[in-house]
Ligand binder design. Sequence first.
Ligand code: SF4
Ligand code: SF4
Length: 140
Amino acid sequence: MHPCLTCGACCTQYRVAFHWMESDEVTPGGVPAALTERLDAHRLCMRGTYAPPIRCVALDADIGKYSRCSIHPNRPSVCREVDASWEYGKPSPQCDQARIAFGLPALTAADWRWRDDAGNDHPDDSGNSPSPPAIPPVAA
Ligand code: SF4
Ligand code: SF4
């Protein structure tokens, strides 16, 4: 099973900030505006991630056991950019730090053997997601 489906740690660790143009108020298929709040003149952030204790309002999870992003096809660009460690052959500091904060072990290449053996990719990235707007994401 994909490790993210039993984790969710990174959705409770970081401010999830992105350009306001990613909102579905201006970009069809974008991030649901009702789940965002204004961060500054140019950026929104996911509700629940503005300040600690952080937990994205879109997260449906029991961290370490079960996890789903309830807006996965419409999630912000910054969420798409966080790879799970070794998913694409290299470590991910954001993934490792988030997991360790919850007492979960950092992922290793061995956590992807199920996929490598089966030739699978991410279970939810089936090509149905809308393309994010052609603007660079703004780091939090
Ligand atoms: S990217 Fe890493 S921290 Fe985030 S849900 Fe996946 S395994 Fe957990
Ligand atoms: S939008 Fe989804 S992927 Fe992004 S932080 Fe929230 S729950 Fe996680």
